[in-house]
Ligand binder design. Structure first.
Ligand SMILES: [Zn+2]
Length: 102
């Protein structure tokens, strides 16, 4: 059984790769809020699709840019906390929503 050592602060965690308590590099949690805003904007775009399709000069490229930004925003919002020394992911945020491995 693995020994559980006391962690000095929430800014530190045990890194299995470094085998010691290390400072944690946490990503900005505002990306989760940005992801929610992006999803809301996509819903508004779906409701106003006829108006967006009618304006091919401004609204349609803007809608394409907004949809394309979704991958970046979702990727940033699922970024786990990492070890500051070796970049090892210390929490498995991105794997909690996936199907279990067989
Ligand atoms: Zn490490």
């Amino acid at each position: 059984m693995r020994e559980i050592r006391p962690v000095p602060s929430p800014a530190h965690a045990d890194c299995p790769r470094c085998a010691r308590t290390v400072p944690v590099d946490r990503p900005w949690r505002g990306w989760v809020v940005v992801r929610g805003l992006w999803a809301f904007a996509v819903l508004v775009m779906m409701a106003t699709a006829p108006a967006i399709a009618a304006d091919a000069l401004f609204l349609t490229p803007l809608a394409i840019l907004l949809l394309g930004a979704g991958g970046f925003i979702i990727d940033r919002s699922r970024e786990p906390a990492r070890c500051r020394r070796c970049r090892y992911p210390l929490e498995r945020r991105s794997e909690t929503r996936r199907a279990p491995a067989r």
